[in-house]
Design a protein around this ligand. Structure first.
Ligand SMILES: Nc1ncnc2c1ncn2[C@@H]1O[C@H](COP(=O)(O)OP(=O)(O)O)[C@@H](O)[C@H]1O
Ligand SMILES: [Mg+2]
Length: 272
């Protein structure tokens, strides 16, 4: 547990990430080594979860949503968090991404103790290193496809012309070259999720979290969406944490971590 005792990162995220992480958060290699559980340069997983527990207090009742979770996810791995409804999948993703604070234990991403960052540091950390894909797409309704995809680049200070050019290129890659100026309400669920994927990957984040990304889609579209997520991830050596209760989607992962009642009950790696 030594790493939990390390001091919290400084306000300067670049300074805190670069030396500490031994290049874990640096530009990824195109085709990472798989299945070895560690990052070759640092000898440490990209994502580390130690003795994680999350309780919710609801009046007199305590819900133990997660307990004794230990997990290391290698850089470049597509890791599926699998389990039935209520097993704790979303809670785990929320702790990994720093959306909620664990009751006990901690999460490191690329050497950074996410569970210790304050709100401002977290926002900056997410903008720089994390992408999200949501079940309900979470596009901004008042922005068209290009503007939605360009949004994370705006937060990174990329000039307007460049970010819109990159957004258009991403949208073409997800097959939406003819929907660039469409608003979310003018697109199907599958098209909206393609926009969501373009938005998650446009910044080439080190880690992409996806919570039931195909949960609202028909079976043909599900396959297209999973193919896209996998292809982008492989191209950039990105680490993907995919939450699903759908065994067909889990089959896309390198590894399936199964939750039941907030505990890990299976952890298996699989071949493509
Ligand atoms: N904010 C919350 N307050 C109270 N209980 C919660 C909260 N979020 C989740 N839970 C409970 O924690 C357990 C795990 O929920 P969740 O992580 O959403 O499961 P899953 O995503 O696998 O369906 C459930 O029993 C759920 O009711
Ligand atoms: Mg859930």
């Amino acid at each position: 547990m030594a790493w939990l005792a390390s001091p919290p990162p400084t306000a300067n995220m670049d300074a805190s990430i670069a030396p500490d992480a031994s290049g874990v958060l640096a530009t990824p290699a195109p085709r990472p080594a798989r299945h070895n559980g560690t990052h070759p340069a640092s000898g440490r997983p990209m994502i580390e979860v130690r003795n994680l527990r999350k309780e919710y207090v609801m009046g007199a009742e305590h819900v133990i949503a997660l307990d004794r979770i230990n997990l290391g996810i290698a850089r470049g791995q597509i890791c599926c968090i699998y389990g039935e409804s209520g097993s704790g999948k979303s809670t785990l993703l929320n702790q990994l991404a720093g959306m909620e604070r664990p009751t006990r234990g901690g999460v490191r991403i690329g050497g950074i103790v996410v569970s210790r960052l304050d709100e401002r540091e977290l926002a900056e950390f997410r903008q720089k290193h994390i992408g999200f894909v949501f079940q309900s797409y979470n596009l901004l309704p008042g922005l068209n496809a290009v503007e939605n995809v360009a949004m994370p680049l705006m937060f990174r200070g990329v000039p307007r012309e460049e970010r819109e050019a990159r957004a258009r290129a991403m949208l073409r890659r997800v097959g939406l070259g003819k929907r660039l100026n469409h608003y979310p309400s003018q697109m199907s669920g599958g098209q909206q999720q393609r926009v969501g994927i373009a938005r998650a990957f446009v910044t080439r984040p080190q880690v992409v979290f996806a919570d039931e990304p195909t949960g609202n889609l028909d079976s043909k579209t599900k396959v297209d969406i999973m193919d896209m997520i996998r292809d982008f991830a492989r191209e950039n050596g990105q680490t993907i944490v995919l939450v699903t209760h759908d065994e067909h989607m889990a089959a896309y992962a390198d590894r399936i971590v199964t939750l039941l009642d907030g505990r890990i009950v299976h952890d298996t790696e699989q071949d493509e």
